[in-house]
Design a protein around this ligand. Structure first.
Ligand code: VIB
Length: 239
């Protein structure tokens, strides 16, 4: 079995849970709360900058000229592209130009995901870096294609641009090139290195799920308190 197929099988429940999540269901049905859309885009803009740095690290670690060029192109596309997917969400949320680009605090899940990617990029080899960045690509292509198949969105679907961006053949080709790379690296790796690649991949999968959940529900670093200072959802420590 291809290593990438093994990875996909291991992550199947996470892909299914993500598709069932209200954020993705909202994309499919064309309806999401404004604050979820804004939170998603704000956190994702920050995420993409970090993701681009990790691509650059993959470029530096690449084992062939062909792979170096591949990552060179990815860095370029990411610096120019992706934001068009955000544009769609911001238009639906009716975010004004002057509201954009505001400094926002990194929420815990974004922070966790970035730290994971940067740690793998800083301390691991090419194979593990590919494994860690794979879910970002795979999950979006897989879920966008499933939603497009199911909903058959027309141009007037609120999220048709977002969906066609991730369901496009270019996006799928770019994913397929990553899958070939991860399979090649896994074939050269020993058991321990393959286990590390699998762990890096799974952690990114979980964090992809959590990222949508963070956008949908909101997150805070400190526990939420009620008006009288008690911890919300917990027992009042003062009685
Ligand atoms: C948290 C998060 N995860 C994945 C993506 C999707 N994505 C980001 S970069 C990239 C590669 C091609 O540009 C893809 C598919 C996202 N936007 N945000």
């Amino acid at each position: 079995m291809r290593f990438s197929t093994e990875l996909y099988e291991a992550s199947r429940p996470i892909f299914a849970a993500t598709l069932a999540h209200p954020f993705l269901q909202g994309i499919a049905q064309g309806e999401l709360p404004r604050d979820a859309l804004v939170r998603y885009v704000q956190q994702d803009e920050l995420y993409l900058t970090t993701y681009c740095r990790v691509y650059a690290k993959a470029l530096a670690c690449a084992d062939t000229d062909e792979h170096m060029r591949d990552f060179y192109d990815r860095v370029g596309l990411l610096l120019e592209g992706e934001h068009e997917a955000h544009e769609n969400l911001l238009q639906v949320a009716a975010v004004r130009p002057d509201e954009r680009g505001a400094m926002v605090e990194k929420l815990p899940t974004l922070h966790h995901y970035e730290s994971h990617l940067l740690a793998v990029a800083a301390t691991s080899d090419f194979g593990a870096i590919i494994a860690a960045i794979l879910p970002c690509h795979w999950l979006y292509v897989d879920l966008a294609r499933r939603i497009v198949d199911e909903v058959q969105p027309t141009a007037d679907h609120p999220f048709s641009a977002w969906l066609s961006f991730y369901a496009s053949d270019d996006m799928k080709d770019s994913l397929d090139r990553l899958l070939v790379m991860v399979d090649k690296r896994a074939a050269l790796a020993n058991t321990e290195a393959r286990a590390f690649m699998r762990a890096a991949y799974m952690e990114s999968c979980y964090l992809e799920y959590r990222f949508f959940d963070m956008a949908y529900r909101g997150e805070s670093w400190l526990p939420q308190t009620t008006a009288n200072g008690a911890l919300a959802g917990g027992r009042d420590r003062h009685v």
